[in-house]
Design a protein around this ligand. Structure first.
Ligand code: ATP
Ligand code: LTN
Length: 328
């Protein structure tokens, strides 16, 4: 049996990069041969300031979205990180074997702390260690993530190996799984950087909840180039990104889409793309709203998930405590 695990921050909006890079791959991996875990990492979210009422809403929204996309809570253990206290307990122990130097090298920290801002939280610096504990606690084999998270999964591997060398075989060394298409959807306003919800402009991303008019406006303003043919060419980064999105929402190969636009220009292409995105998102949005209308049911699903996760995590922590010598 393969244990597959991933997690997302419940921080406000989810964009189509999160959807195709992280959530959808988890749906495809649900099967009787795998044991899957998916959770909202609320303790990661608070590494930057959060308003309590919003955080609560975002946890429910994230859960509703996973269910709407096709996560089946009978096949996937669906829960909320903060409900399984073993995550933070193991993070402390891993903190004591992690090196300052390896955390300082993490590009996400460097990006988010903007170099040397000393007022960022200690939690933001320590974020990858909590992520390593999320993964190692469950003897995870495979971690599907977008390309930006590969470095964090590699830290989890290093910490697993270091712990195993020091205290004897304890943790499974996990493998990151980076999907080829969709692993890195780029920003609409800047195709050099990944689409990101913390981007300064809303024109950077398509939110899962954007309505038709907003999608059209954002796609129309997406950065492309001055050439006139629609074809897939990695060097034409803006267009390549839009074709990738088109391909993901229609489940059609990029070359086929390009051939449908032979002789046509960016104007037609962008209108077609915006329509295809909305056709994909509208039914999803209806489903999300349906789940959100029944909050008790969502909370009930999360409760059950937490119980199942806790059963695995608490056993693992007993082993870890024994290995390090604190279990009397
Ligand atoms: P932020 O930019 O604020 O860090 P984010 O949009 O990157 O947020 P995360 O919560 O960090 O979102 O990421 C959730 C998951 O979505 C991760 O697995 C990440 O790799 C994936 N992901 C994020 N952005 C993209 C993207 N542009 N393309 C593909 N996958 C992405
Ligand atoms: N850092 C990840 C979220 C995350 C995660 C994890 C992903 C926290 N813990 C464990 C995979 C496995 C991100 O998406 N930004």
């Amino acid at each position: 049996m393969n244990r597959i695990l991933t997690a997302l921050q419940p921080s406000g909006i989810l964009h189509i990069g999160n959807l195709f890079g992280a959530i959808e791959p988890m749906v495809g991996l649900q099967s009787d041969e795998n044991e899957n875990l998916l959770f909202a990492v609320d303790y990661h979210a608070i590494t930057v300031p959060q308003k309590p009422a919003e955080l609560r809403r975002n946890i429910l929204f994230a859960t509703a979205t996973y269910l709407a996309v096709g996560i089946d809570p009978t096949k996937t253990i669906l829960f909320q990180q903060s409900r399984v206290s073993e995550h933070t307990e193991l993070a402390w122990i891993l903190n004591c074997i992690a090196h300052m130097g390896e955390l300082e090298r993490m590009t996400q920290f460097k990006d988010k702390s903007q170099g040397n801002d000393l007022s960022v939280s200690v939690g933001l610096f320590d974020y990858p260690v909590l992520m390593a504990s999320d993964i190692l606690l469950y003897d995870t084999n495979v971690v599907p993530v977008g390309a930006d998270q590969k470095q964090h999964v590699e830290l989890a591997r290093d910490l697993a190996e270091r712990f195993n060398n020091r205290f004897g075989e304890t943790f499974v060394v996990p493998t990151p799984q980076i999907r080829k298409e969709g692993a890195r959807i780029m920003g609409l306003d800047d195709p050099e950087k990944k689409m990101s919800k913390s981007a300064t402009s809303e024109k950077n991303y398509i939110s899962i909840m954007d309505d038709e008019a907003t999608v059209l406006k954002k796609i129309k303003s997406a950065v492309t180039d001055s050439q006139s043919t629609i074809m897939y060419d990695e060097k034409r980064k803006g267009l390549a990104n839009l074709l990738t999105i088109y391909s993901l929402v229609t489940n059609t190969h990029v070359n086929q889409i390009a051939s449908e636009y032979e002789g046509k220009g960016y104007g037609d292409f962008k209108v077609g793309l915006a329509e295809a995105i909305s056709d994909y998102l509208t039914p999803l949005q209806e489903k999300i709203k349906g789940y959100l209308a029944n909050e008790d049911e969502l909370i009930n699903i999360l409760d059950q998930g937490a119980q199942r996760a806790k059963a695995i995590a608490s056993k693992k922590m007993e082993v870890v405590r024994q290995k390090i010598g604190v279990q009397l």
